[in-house]
Design a protein around this ligand. Structure first.
Ligand code: CO
Length: 208
């Protein structure tokens, strides 16, 4: 795939969409009303829209290395705030994925420059769940479990935000923790107990 190929693909895609609905892009230009905020990893194999089968306009998407929702990441905090307060999404998804190289890197001892502070947040997740993780003797299984626990912790980080807490008081908003298995293509719902996690989190992190 080269750059010219991408523009060729785009021309074909536009033609295809217009052949089905001549007003397709006109309708898109009128605004968005997505039901989902999807927070996932930047990994090139984990394409948010394609794996969920959603169309343009259905999911507001934020991706970074290892699908983190960091308190000091202005971009992540802004995305959550905008999606919840202005777009009024009722489903916030944190989607991790097996074979995540960001998580793998955080499990190893290596100086990765600017990645160090970013991956330190993943190491914090490991520290929080050290007892459970260290009890897993199989390294692949421990790696998978850290990926799942990182999703759980990022869901908790979403709940820590004032906008999500406010929205929860006003309407039926829910946070979901999912994992995409790159090896099978399957999307796995971790079935986190949102109400329980919310109440546990609010004990300490209640803002509103
Ligand atoms: Co990843």
């Amino acid at each position: 795939m080269d750059v010219a190929g991408i523009f060729e693909n785009n021309r074909k895609w536009v033609d295809e969409k217009l052949s089905v609905d001549p007003d397709y892009f006109k309708t898109l230009s009128e605004g968005q009303n997505p039901e989902f905020l999807y927070i996932g990893c930047s990994d090139s194999r984990v394409t948010a829209e394609e794996l969920m089968g959603v169309k343009p306009g259905q999911a507001f998407v934020y991706r970074n290395i290892a699908n983190m929702v960091s308190n000091n990441d202005l971009s992540a905090q802004t995305v959550v705030s905008y999606a919840v307060t202005h777009l009024k999404v009722n489903h916030i998804v944190v989607c991790g994925h097996y074979y995540c190289t960001g998580i793998k890197a955080a499990m190893q001892s290596a100086d990765l420059g600017i990645l160090n502070p970013w991956l330190r947040s993943v190491r914090d997740v490991y520290r929080l769940h050290k007892t459970e993780l260290n009890a897993i003797t199989n390294e692949d299984e421990r790696y998978k479990r850290l990926i799942e626990l990182n999703v759980l912790e990022q869901c908790i980080n979403v709940i820590k935000t004032a906008d999500v807490q406010k929205a929860y008081k006003e309407r039926n908003i829910k946070v979901h923790g999912w994992v995409f298995d790159v090896g099978t293509g399957k999307l796995i719902d971790l079935k986190i107990d949102f109400d329980k996690i919310l109440h546990q989190t609010m004990e300490i992190y209640r803002i509103v």
